[in-house]
Design a protein around this ligand. Structure first.
Ligand code: ADP
Ligand code: MG
Length: 676
């Protein structure tokens, strides 16, 4: 068996199981081996039954005393009970619809049980524990990310089969490099993380795999960068932004003027611009982009503006139309669901150079789109795009100037490290007259009171966003849609019986989404229940309240961005973070957000506390999704990888000497594009 063979050929995996694996991003044997454990159960130091901790799961050692025959309980489930214990306490073990585990246990023998301990002091309980013999079992077992229908023990068996079945595991790292950093070879490292003897092995294996992943990343980024650098940029001489600024209904903030000037300077330079425009939600990034597009248009160049969702693309097209049409820039909107005839016409206008600005989603990247003279490419909410997608956009022209906009603050040192010479402009000033969004963390008990308040807001003509409860990860879009519909029917409607409430979710067609959004924007809906599709950039100034259910499940930066959807039109605005999570850390996190509106401080808090979905988690930085390395904590490995990448490329610019590594670089960026 080879690294790239389909997992269908693996022992114990059929068509059905293979489909489930796909949900975890696994379709080849190699990908299976890169499904790294997210945790380990350490069987080497079991607890006595009486002192086993109540919080979380743990391993206890106990002797089996007796087994009860299986019996039916309410709901038709079959219950199997086993009585065990040690000299400190009794332990009752139960399984539902699973007689097999108990069958294998022998009375009078000792085992290790892993699970959550409950029950009282005298008799403690464990439901459906995992079991190992007290002697001769694996000292540690991995815990894998799970998805519906595939559980850790099954994944572990498949991984074992893969490790045994592979003919050879080729090592992409040159041997000198391995020796220099004292890294195990690839095959050993994989065994160490999947089937470790102890934590030391896990560490050693991980260190090697992290280094390899970061080296691949650094090589990829360096190659992408050097490609852009060699070419001449479109020439966009500096223009006077005075007339453009004067045409606005407000005056630009100092930060907006500064950022615009920095961009104009880049545009006039000999090398393509590669600039990140960073600014908190509502800081007015769109206007800065418009200024750049204005300058490009004056010099006769076309621009492209790419947004992550169709809703946002439409909104941008309207805004740009308003801002730029008076200066003769023709704005074309390109979306996935356009009619063939309209699309042909638009494409023709783009190819002929009549469209000065093309706004769209990734549809802008598709093969049929040919620009007459693309000079500037802007991507909004950059963290949603893969690096590769940005590069595809850049490939639409020889070497257009690139401007990426993001509300997600990235610490400057880290940005420089991963992006190299990407320049950064920061909008550190909000337009005047904004009042901070009043934010409250509440529990479900207060929900009814909150709805009373919402009703009052609606009576005053304001509008409300609801972000519905999140379902568990890995259950798919259909389940999330159902959750949104249930929340609307069972929570919102009964509490706001006379109000007009719309529903927005990821399963709607782009046109349907746009229609719902238009209704909401036009005030034909009082409230909008949504999955997090509204997270990104939409501007409805009349909306004054944001309600976020399951707030504990989001990183603070994500909550802050959601909150930024309200409070855009002046007047008071509110955000309710609803959570029934009992954890102290969760309470503290949410209260922190209630007390601050500073995006950087919030990102900092996420960094320091590493809550769920922290902003450097998946999908947040626009880099390919990393499988094992962590850009925030593996900084030493990142520096080493950066040095080695530079040395490798200096000696061998096309990586001919390390073909496996070169192939891996290619692949990382392809996977990254597919992820984002
Ligand atoms: P973001 O940085 O989140 O993309 P937007 O560009 O959507 O922010 O701007 C948010 C809102 O602020 C928009 O309604 C926009 O018209 C308004 N705005 C932008 N700049 C200014 C300004 N200088 N003065 C007043 N309002 C502004
Ligand atoms: Mg925006």
């Amino acid at each position: 068996m080879q690294w790239d063979d389909s997992i269908r050929y693996l022992k114990g995996v059929g068509e059905k199981r293979a489909e489930k694996f796909e949900k975890l991003g696994v379709s080849t044997v190699g990908q299976l081996l890169q499904l790294y454990p997210r945790d380990y159960v350490d069987y080497s130091r079991p607890w006595p039954v009486a002192s086993a901790p109540w919080e979380g799961s743990c391993v206890v050692r106990a002797e089996v005393y007796s087994k009860q025959p299986e019996r039916r309980v309410s709901g038709g489930r079959k219950l199997t009970k086993v009585l065990a214990g040690d000299e400190t306490a009794m332990l009752e073990l139960t399984w539902f619809n699973n007689p097999y585990t108990a069958e294998k246990l022998e009375i009078g023998k000792e085992y290790l049980f892993y699970g959550r301990v409950g029950g009282g002091m005298g008799k403690r309980q464990m439901i459906a524990p995992a079991v190992q013999p007290a002697v001769g079992g694996a000292p540690m077992t991995p815990v894998y990310p799970q998805t519906e229908g595939i559980q850790t023990p099954y994944i572990a068996r498949c991984v074992a089969a893969a490790l045994e079945g592979l003919d050879a595991i080729p090592d992409p790292l040159p041997e000198e490099m391995r020796r220099k950093y004292r890294l195990p070879d690839k095959a050993s490292a994989l065994r160490m993380v999947h089937r470790p003897q102890d934590m030391r092995e896990v560490q050693a294996g991980r260190r090697r795999l992290i280094f390899e992943e970061l080296l691949t990343l650094q090589l990829g980024l360096s190659l992408l960068r050097s490609r852009g650098r060699r070419q001449d940029a479109p020439c966009i001489p500096p223009v006077d932004l005075g007339p453009f600024f004067a045409s606005l209904p407000f005056s630009p903030t100092g930060a907006q003027r500064r950022a615009s000037a920095e961009i104009l300077q880049d545009l006039a330079g000999p090398a393509p611009m590669n600039r990140l425009l960073q600014g908190d939600v509502g800081s007015g990034k769109t206007l800065v982009a418009a200024a750049a597009i204005y300058a490009a248009g004056r010099a006769g160049w076309q621009s492209a503006l790419m947004a992550p969702t169709e809703i946002l693309a439409r909104q941008h097209a309207e805004t740009m139309q308003r801002l730029l049409a008076p200066f003769g820039v023709r704005v074309a909107l390109l979306t996935g669901g356009m009619r063939a005839a309209a699309k042909r016409e638009t494409l023709a206008a783009i190819a002929a150079g009549e469209a000065g600005l093309v706004v769209g989603t990734h549809a802008v990247l598709s093969a049929g789109v040919e620009f007459a003279a693309l000079g500037l490419a802007v991507t909004d909410e950059q963290h949603r795009f893969g690096v590769r997608q940005r590069q595809l956009l850049a490939a639409k022209a020889k070497a257009p100037h690139l401007l990426v906009m993001s509300a997600t603050p990235i610490p400057r040192t880290l940005a420089l490290l991963v992006y190299g010479e990407l320049d950064i402009s920061v909008l550190d000033e909000l337009p005047p007259g904004r009042t901070p969004v009043k934010t409250f963390a509440i529990t479900g008990k207060k929900r009814a009171d909150m709805f009373g308040f919402l009703d009052g807001q609606i009576a005053k003509g304001r509008q409300v966003y609801f972000v519905c409860p999140l379902i568990e990860e890995g259950q798919g879009a259909a389940a999330q849609m159902q959750a949104a519909a249930d929340y609307l029917e069972h929570t919102v409607r009964p509490l706001l019986p006379t109000r007009r409430v719309g529903l927005m979710h990821g399963r709607l067609k782009p046109k349907e989404k746009a229609a719902v959004m238009e209704e909401f924007a036009a005030g034909k809906l009082d409230a909008l229940v949504s999955t997090t599709v509204i997270e990104v950039g939409v501007d409805v100034p009349n909306a004054s309240v944001m309600v976020i259910e399951n707030a504990e499940r989001y990183g603070l930066s994500a909550l802050h961005q959601l909150r930024g959807r309200v409070g855009r039109g002046g007047g008071e605005s509110w955000c309710f973070l609803v959570s029934d999570h009992p954890g102290e850390a969760v309470r503290e996190r949410l209260h922190f957000l209630c007390g601050t509106t500073d995006g950087f401080a919030i990102a900092r808090y996420d960094l320091d506390h590493r809550g769920p979905g922290d902003f450097f988690g998946r999908r947040q930085h626009g880099l390919p999704a990393l499988k094992i390395a962590d850009l925030m904590t593996d900084t030493r490995a990142l520096h080493a990888a950066q040095q080695e990448a530079a040395a490798l490329l200096a000696a061998d610019p096309r990586l001919d000497g390390v073909p496996l590594l070169a192939a891996q670089v290619q692949r990382l960026f392809e996977d990254g594009a597919a992820m984002n």
